[in-house]
Design a protein around this ligand. Structure first.
Ligand SMILES: NC(=O)c1ccc[n+]([C@@H]2O[C@H](COP(=O)([O-])OP(=O)(O)OC[C@H]3O[C@@H](n4cnc5c(N)ncnc54)[C@H](OP(=O)(O)O)[C@@H]3O)[C@@H](O)[C@H]2O)c1
Length: 360
């Protein structure tokens, strides 16, 4: 469906931009690859098949002459632009108080102002090629504003707002807009922070996986596309109960462990729901998901209880008793005596002596 279309991808020399370029080439898209480092763009080109059509443009999108060069190069070659993918971006995880003027300014320039101006400058080409589409690469942090990622979050909130407004502004000119929000992805930008994120339990995707679902969303002409992972639950929660996210992420130095516990609970519940859906949909990996949940969250009763049910109904009674027991212990710790009592009564059908130890 995308074959034969022309796309410009900013930041195509590395990370998500490179993966988008490689996947785009495979889908038959004619590409303009933009970035400041020529060798990185050449490397992206080299990774493509010989038959791919991909032209590097060495340009800085935050500079007027860089944007002019981009426009003139397209005019000289195809004169058409069906897809403008605003991907180039900067990331930093640092408290606002520790950021210098230039750092804040550069990030806002590259992540937000440059895409605005590039869209403006390329509008005539997009209009001439209509129906066409602007694809803005945002982030989960464009919905969930994370402490110490404030400037980055603000730029992605801005990009999301820009996408909504332009979708309405440009509809009559047959220029559509897709806003895309990946979760953390293993790229150069993420490298210095990956360890810290992983210690906090943040999951990190590979860029190829991300590029694949982004192109699928573009092909389906979606207005927005969020990472197809459990973080979507947090985005929904942010919309309906933002104070819950405030309480989990907000800084309360004297109360840090409690905050972390709450965040962990929210995360556990989200993953638990994903596993339940997999089970309800008969997905083959559902049982493995429950096992990984009990390993990751041994103090959460629900996954244990559910595994208990699975084993009970398949006649593996000693395994069932083991998981029911773990669930009951956690429920008692949480003071949920009523729910604990119902699980203890299940245990008593299998192993009355074990049930008695919990009653005492
Ligand atoms: N990695 C993640 O966890 C993650 C998650 C969600 C969303 N995102 C978003 O995905 C996009 C790509 O990020 P990434 O992680 O793939 O980062 P990356 O590997 O650092 O890639 C960013 C690219 O942007 C280019 N670039 C930066 N400033 C530029 C400028 N002024 N003009 C032209 N090109 C410029 C860089 O190339 P040159 O230096 O050669 O110019 C680089 O190739 C960003 O918008 C980011 O916010 C990333």
């Amino acid at each position: 469906m995308l074959g034969g279309q022309t796309a410009l991808i900013t930041g195509a020399g590395s990370g998500i931009g490179r993966a988008l370029a490689l996947e785009g080439a495979q889908r038959g898209v004619t590409l303009f690859l933009v970035g400041r480092r020529p060798e990185k763009l050449r490397e992206t080109r080299r990774l493509m098949s010989r038959h791919a059509i991909a032209r590097p443009i060495v340009a800085d999108i935050s500079k007027p002459d860089g944007r002019l060069l981009i426009r003139d190069t397209i005019l000289r070659h195809t004169g058409l632009l069906h897809l403008l993918v605003n991907n180039a971006g900067q990331f930093a995880r640092r408290a606002l108080a520790d950021m210098r003027d230039a750092e804040v300014g550069n990030m806002v320039d590259v992540n937000l102002v440059a895409p605005m101006l590039l869209i403006r400058d390329l509008l005539p080409l997009l209009e001439r090629s209509a129906p066409s589409r602007i694809v803005n690469i945002g982030s989960m942090y464009g919905d969930i504003a994370y402490p110490e990622i404030s400037v980055y979050s603000a730029t992605k909130f801005g990009l999301r707002g820009l996408s909504d407004a332009l979708r309405r502004e440009l509809a009559a000119r047959k220029i559509a807009v897709t806003y895309v929000a990946p979760r953390a992805t293993r790229t150069d930008a993420m490298k210095p922070f990956a360890n810290t994120f992983e210690k906090e339990g943040v999951k990190i995707d590979g860029p190829d996986f991300v590029a694949n679902w982004i192109w699928n969303a573009v092909e389906k002409r979606q207005r927005t596309a969020y990472s197809p992972t459990f973080e979507r639950v947090f985005v929904a929660l942010q919309r309906v109960a933002p104070s819950l996210i405030d309480r989990s992420l907000g800084s309360r130095p004297a109360n840090k462990p409690k905050r972390r516990r709450r965040w962990r609970r929210i995360q556990a519940t989200a993953e638990w729901r994903a596993a339940r859906s997999a089970y309800d949909e008969n997905k083959p990996n559902a049982e493995a998901l429950f096992h990984s949940l009990v390993e990751k969250y041994p103090d959460e009763p629900d996954p244990h209880g559910f595994l208990g049910n699975i084993y009970y109904h398949s006649g593996h009674f000693s395994e069932a008793a083991r998981h029911y027991h773990a669930a009951a212990v956690q429920l008692l710790k949480q003071g949920n005596r009523e729910h604990a009592a119902s699980i203890i009564s299940l245990i008593s059908r299998i192993d009355p002596a074990l049930a008695d130890t919990l009653r005492s």
